[in-house]
Design a protein around this ligand. Structure first.
Ligand SMILES: [Zn+2]
Ligand SMILES: [Zn+2]
Length: 262
């Protein structure tokens, strides 16, 4: 495998750097474009090799392009992560001390919760109890906006969870600092923040991993203790599927609707 860093590799790195994180299909298109523009050897299935070359060259700067999965939809993402500092201190240049404390406390709530979410009300209440310096509600709202913009948190309907990029960058930090509280997914063995948990043995699964795992089972059972899995099976989002997503949903609904049963 060629290990030479070309202008094509450099362009790929620059674009990824400006985005911080990129969805798999976007990265694949960018890979093709960078190779075309700079007349670099291109094969559509060689993105990971292409990235390995970039990684060899950014390693001395304690950077790495990592491949990870979104806990929301199971899609692949690529992110440029900083390996130099493995703690929250890497955020110190962008955030004040009490803003960092608010983020750390928010992270605690997200990780302790089984669902992997913290409500904005919970977070705004935390702002009033900061040890470093209390924060007004308005200020806290602004900090939350910044954390979302910088891809540390992501927000859905007033609920906050860790952004995919944050999980990719902080996985080791979270695993060592929340040892007894966090789970690894029983299917893909990565850190799982949003998960479904077995009520009997306590193993957890990412929602997309659970969706894939239980897809073919009419009666879902825990892969570890074999007890009945009491959660709603998540729908799996397959952007590469031939079936429109509505058809998938239709098929999934049929067994519980009872129309075919007598
Ligand atoms: Zn998983
Ligand atoms: Zn179990």
């Amino acid at each position: 495998m060629a290990t030479q860093m070309t202008d094509g590799h450099r362009r790929f790195l620059q674009v990824l750097m400006s985005h911080g994180i990129m969805e798999g299909s976007v990265a694949r298109t960018l890979h093709r474009d960078c190779c075309e523009i700079h007349k670099v050897y291109y094969a559509h299935d060689k993105l990971d090799d292409f990235i390995n070359v970039v990684n060899i060259h950014v390693q001395p700067f304690f950077m790495q392009i990592r491949k990870g999965m979104s806990e929301d939809d199971g899609r692949t993402y690529y992110a440029l992560v900083n390996l130099a500092e493995t703690e929250i201190t890497k955020m110190a240049s962008d955030y004040t001390e009490n803003e960092l404390e608010l983020f750390r406390k928010t992270m605690d709530v997200i990780i302790i919760s089984e669902s992997g979410f913290a409500s904005s009300t919970d977070i705004l209440n935390l702002a009033d109890q900061l040890k470093t310096k209390k924060m007004k509600k308005k200020e806290a709202e602004q900090v939350l906006q910044n954390l979302v913009q910088d891809k540390w948190l992501s927000e859905r309907d007033g609920e906050y969870t860790l952004h995919t990029r944050c999980i990719m960058e902080m996985e080791q930090y979270i695993l060592s600092n929340y040892q007894d509280l966090v789970r690894k997914c029983n299917i893909c063995h990565s850190l799982a923040i949003q998960s479904q948990v077995c009520e009997t043995c306590g193993i957890g699964m990412h929602l997309p991993c659970a969706g894939k795992y239980f897809k073919a089972q009419t009666e879902p059972h825990c892969p570890h203790c074999n007890e009945f899995w009491p959660h709603e099976i998540p729908e799996i989002n397959r952007p590469d599927s031939q079936l429109p997503s509505s058809a998938l949903r239709e098929r999934r609904r049929t067994p519980s609707s009872g129309t075919r049963r007598h």
